[in-house]
Design a protein around this ligand. Structure first.
Ligand code: PGA
Length: 251
């Protein structure tokens, strides 16, 4: 039994005050959502205050990135243990925007993932193909390279702290969702790959989220697919009503 995950990636939106307002609105709307893990990922500066606001609720906190060193002369970076300290239980690693704009590679994803797990965080590792890659029929090979690179050297035990997010880059923020069938076919491919790289029981247990223009009106269809275990939500996570409606896909 895989517990579904609905995670809201707030990207570079919201001040501290706006972040607290959003979780204060969200809390009562999702208080009765049982059997689903609900996660919000504000900007770094809001993490600790949002943590105070969600304490005792069923909402968990994630950061949107981290560095792989524990401490040192690395100006501008934030270490996994500092995210733990701020109240995070999750960190998102390898989002396509980090890959596109900030030089993230499978190697840095791998380092960050290992460091975050070692610090006691759960990691949402993001993968996804560009439109050009899909059009060239390279989706599966791109995903395979990203998963192999990102999860390289991790143990089966480490994988209990990993959630994989499949986010086709062409579907992010574009209003173009992959069809349920397009998503499912990549999700099962990822699950089979994890079975080969680790073992079948790890593959059975790993949660694989879909991301890319998930909205209240398409979440049910996606979640009905056997290998789609949740959603990583950008735009629709910025409003309490729409995020709560997505998190309530099962009610
Ligand atoms: P979107 O973003 O829901 O706005 O498409 C998803 C994501 O980038 O995680």
């Amino acid at each position: 039994m895989r517990i579904p995950v609905i995670a809201g990636n707030w990207k570079l939106f919201k001040t501290i005050g706006e972040s607290i307002t959003l979780v204060d609105e969200l809390k009562p709307l999702v208080a009765n959502n049982h059997g689903v893990e609900i996660i919000v990922a504000p900007v770094f500066t809001a993490l600790s205050r949002v943590y105070d606001a969600i304490e005792g609720s069923n909402i968990l906190l994630a950061a949107q990135d981290c560095y792989w060193e524990e401490e040192g002369a690395f100006t501008g970076e934030v270490a996994p243990r500092q995210l733990k300290d701020a109240g995070c239980s999750y960190v998102i690693i390898g989002h396509s925007e980090r890959r596109q704009y900030f030089g993230e590679t499978d190697l840095t994803v791998n380092r960050k993932t290992g460091a975050a797990i070692a610090a006691g965080l759960n990691v949402i590792v993001c993968v996804g193909e560009l439109l050009a890659e899909r059009e060239l029929d390279q989706t599966f090979s791109v995903i395979e390279t990203q998963i192999k690179g990102g999860l390289s050297g991790l143990t089966a035990e480490d994988l209990t702290h990993v959630v994989i997010a499949y986010e086709p880059v062409w579907a992010i923020g574009t209003g173009k969702t992959a069809t349920d069938a397009q998503a499912q076919e990549v999700h099962i491919f990822i699950r089979q790959l994890v079975a080969r790289l680790f073992n079948p029981s790890v593959a059975d247990a790993v949660r694989i989220l879909y991301g890319g223009s998930v909205k209240p009106d398409n979440v049910k269809g996606l979640m009905a697919r056997p290998d789609i275990d949740g959603a990583l939500v950008g735009g629709a996570s910025l409003k309490a009503e729409s995020f709560a409606a997505i998190a309530g896909f099962n009610v």
